[in-house]
Design a protein around this ligand. Structure first.
Ligand code: 8X3
Length: 247
């Protein structure tokens, strides 16, 4: 089994949620982490718990900054996880500012990371890229419009990258979760904790640690094995619209 010991892993969006848990899971198996996010203090607190990790204060929307920060590192594993949802309004009531932030972070930000890291990975003829997609990229839902579109874009990028990199030795995967309890909904509802809590009320939702464990599994298969797409639901969630609640 491929081991993580000594591997250099980049996680963007490492300051919270699934990204943070992936960083912890990789570090627990001996990987060296480059932790990237906008919130430096959060990263520094995490880095203090993960010996040998490096903190990169980085806004993935800034293509030049991403290239400058990431190009020098010989990453073995890249998790371009930084992403967010903002709002749950129908398009006719939506905010163009929110749309731009989601598209710039979730799509362009991921592309900036890929543009910066793939040349080195191709030269070294190895590495893992694991996208954090979403069931929202496979199935839209009311008010999900732009967020769902960004995750559909990730699915498409995943597929394209498999073509682009198929003869390079690099493995490309996407892990697409359903309902995971993270600050995701607090961000989506801009700090309205009550509304965020309702999303998960009465549901045996997924934990970010569950997703981190699956990502760890994906990148620790024998080198010949490339797990492509993993769709992960809570047992209570049949679709974006159908969730069993015990309240
Ligand atoms: C998050 C899952 O269903 O809340 O990507 O959009 S969902």
């Amino acid at each position: 089994m491929a081991q993580l010991k000594g591997k250099l892993a980049l996680v963007t969006g490492a300051s919270s949620g699934i990204g943070e848990c992936i960083a912890r899971a990789f570090a627990a198996e001996g990987a060296r982490l480059v932790l990237a996010a906008r919130r430096k203090e959060k990263l520094e607190r995490l880095a203090a718990e993960l010996p040998g990790s490096l903190v990169l204060e980085l806004d993935v929307r800034d293509a030049e900054a991403v290239t400058r920060a990431l190009r020098p590192h010989p990453f073995d594993i890249v998790i371009p996880g930084a992403g967010l949802a903002l709002g749950l309004d129908p398009v006719q009531k939506g905010s163009p500012v929110d749309w731009s932030e989601m598209i710039d972070t979730n799509v362009k930000g991921v592309l900036h990371v890929l543009g910066a890291v793939t040349p080195g990975m191709i030269e070294r003829r190895r590495g893992d890229i694991v996208f954090l997609g979403s069931v929202a990229g496979r199935q839209a839902y009311p008010g999900g419009n732009v967020y769902c579109a960004t995750k559909a874009a990730i699915r498409s990028l995943y597929e394209s990258l498999r073509y682009d990199l198929h003869d390079t030795g690099i493995r490309v995967s996407t892990v697409d979760p359903g309902m995971v309890r993270t600050p995701f909904s607090d961000v989506r509802f801009k700090g309205d904790g009550e509304r965020a809590a309702k999303v998960y009320a009465g549901v045996d939702y997924l934990w970010p640690e569950d997703i981190a464990d699956i990502v760890r599994f994906v990148v620790t298969r024998p080198a010949r094995v490339n797990i492509g797409e993993v769709v992960v639901w809570s047992k209570d969630q049949a679709s974006a619209m159908q969730v069993a609640r015990r309240t």
